[in-house]
Structures are given as structure tokens and as C-alpha cells.
Write a protein that binds this ligand. Structure first.
Ligand code: OAD
Length: 237
């Protein structure tokens, strides 16, 4: 069996938890309904913080009502099951939800940040923030008001944990992308990076991603079925 498994997840892994994806072939993804340039950029936040905060408040409320699905639980089982077989998991997610953690995953690299945290633009402190974020809320660390923002990565900003991610890609034995459209870089380029290191690659998705041609293998279907089946297969070997 593969020893070090690198899993990258995207919105598709949380779709069956009711959180919605960004780019849907049916045309009703989040970025078909809402304008990303007005909601998910530092410029949008500087121009109209109230609108941006309201968008993330709605997503946060939705998340608090959502539950992990069998795909999240299967990935937690994989993390728990690999060490006894001499393996380990690197789990990187583009998702800002906490459904991997709520399913039991212990180590998750949130490269696009976390919706349930707020970040102070003055002192840089991040604070657990499971409620609406108002423009005049004060930072619990430094006490300044009007300086908190959702601790998420916006378009034009650098994703988090990139050093750890590229190191893990270089020494993985298998790269698997789950429920991601392969449309947003740098995550969309991880498969090519892994392949350049000679790492076998597999796409698990509802339908072919934009970068599907980069993968050695593909498994298509809803994540709540394909991911548990793949994990059981792997833990049986
Ligand atoms: P996308 O919405 O771009 O893609 C979701 C993928 O999940 C698509 O390939 C769908 O086919 C697939 N999918 C949908 N339902 C599924 C299901 N039930 N089972 C399995 N797959 C399913 O989401 P991401 O690729 O995660 O960034 O998007 C990447 C980034 O773009 C996000 O992190 C976000 C967004 O803009 C920022 O906000 C910075």
C-alpha cells in the first residue's frame, strides 16, 4: 500500500452536507449567484465591508447547521488507520468549513483559511469566531475596533501552509484530489507538481475537473459513496 497519501479536498466533499459548490456544471454554484470580485477580494472588503461580512455571516450560519457526511468520516478513518499500516496522511483542504475536523480528522491544513475564525488586521491574532462578525467588533487580543475580518484567503492573497504543502507533495507516494474543479491555483497545480515528482495521481470527483487530463486515474460519483469505497479498499490492503 502507498505509505504517504496526500489528499486535497474541495467544495465537492462538502456538497452533500448542503454547503454548495462554487462552480457547478448545472450553473448554480456560489460564484454563479454572487460576484466573487465584490465579495472575496481585499479590495471588496475595503470598499464595502458590511456587504462582505454579511456574505460570510450567511455562510457561517449555514455551516453551523451543516453536518459532516460519509466522505468526511471516511477521510478521518483513513488518517486513523494508516499509521498501523506504516502509512500517514497529509490532508489539505481548500474548504473553509470545519467538517473534516467535526468528522474526526486531527490534522487538516486549511489553505484558504477558516470561516469560524476572525483575524485582526492590526495585530494579526486569530480568534475562534462562531457568530456573526460586525464591523465594530473589537479584537479580543489588542482591543482595536473595526479591524477584524474573516480568517479566509481572498482572491489575490497568498494561500496558507504552502511550504508544508509543497514539501508533502515532494515526498508523497499517492496524490488524490477529491471534489475540486481544478480551476483555482495554486491548488489546481498540485497534481502536476506531484506528477513531476513521479507520484501516482487520482481524481475522485462528481465529474471531470478542468485539469482531469493531468491525473493517472479517475473515479466519478458522489463523494459520499466514492470516498468511503476508496478508503475501505485502501485500508483492506
Ligand atoms: P468548485 O466549486 O470549483 O468545484 C467543486 C467540484 O466538486 C466540482 O468539480 C464538482 O463536480 C464537484 N462536486 C460537486 N458535488 C460533488 C459531490 N457530491 N461529490 C463529489 N464531487 C462533487 O470548488 P473548489 O474546487 O473547491 O476559493 O473551488 C476552489 C476554490 O474556489 C475555493 O476554495 C474558493 C473558490 O473560489 C476562495 O474563495 C479563495
Amino acid at each position: 500500500m502507498s505509505k504517504h497519501i496526500f489528499v486535497l479536498t474541495g467544495a465537492g466533499v462538502s456538497a452533500e452536507s448542503g454547503l454548495g459548490t462554487f462552480r457547478d456544471k448545472s450553473g448554480d454554484g456560489i460564484w454563479s449567484t454572487f460576484d466573487a470580485s465584490k465579495l472575496a477580494t481585499p479590495q471588496a472588503f475595503a470598499r464595502d465591508p458590511t456587504t462582505v461580512l454579511a456574505f460570510y455571516d450567511a455562510r457561517r450560519r449555514n455551516l453551523l447547521n451543516a453536518k459532516p457526511n460519509p466522505a468526511h468520516f471516511a477521510l478521518a478513518r483513513l488518517e486513523q488507520g494508516l499509521p498501523a499500516r506504516g502509512g500517514r496522511l497529509t490532508l489539505v483542504t481548500q474548504n473553509i468549513d470545519d467538517l473534516h475536523e467535526r468528522a474526526g480528522s486531527k490534522r487538516v491544513l486549511h489553505m484558504h483559511g477558516e470561516l469560524l475564525k476572525a483575524r485582526c488586521q492590526i495585530c494579526g491574532a486569530t480568534t475562534i469566531w462562531p457568530r456573526d462578525l460586525n464591523i465594530d467588533d473589537a479584537c479580543p487580543e489588542c482591543g482595536h475596533s473595526g479591524v477584524l475580518r474573516p480568517d479566509v484567503v481572498w482572491f489575490g492573497e497568498l494561500p496558507l501552509h504552502l511550504d508544508a504543502i509543497y514539501t508533502a507533495l515532494s515526498n508523497a507516494d499517492l496524490f488524490v484530489a477529491i471534489g475540486t474543479s481544478g480551476a483555482v491555483h495554486p491548488a489546481a497545480g498540485f497534481v502536476a507538481e506531484a506528477a513531476a515528482y513521479g507520484v501516482p495521481t487520482c481524481e475522485i470527483n462528481l465529474d471531470a475537473a478542468d485539469n482531469a487530463y493531468c491525473f493517472d486515474e479517475a473515479r466519478y460519483g458522489p463523494a459520499s459513496e466514492t470516498v468511503p469505497a476508496w478508503v475501505e479498499e485502501l485500508l483492506r490492503t
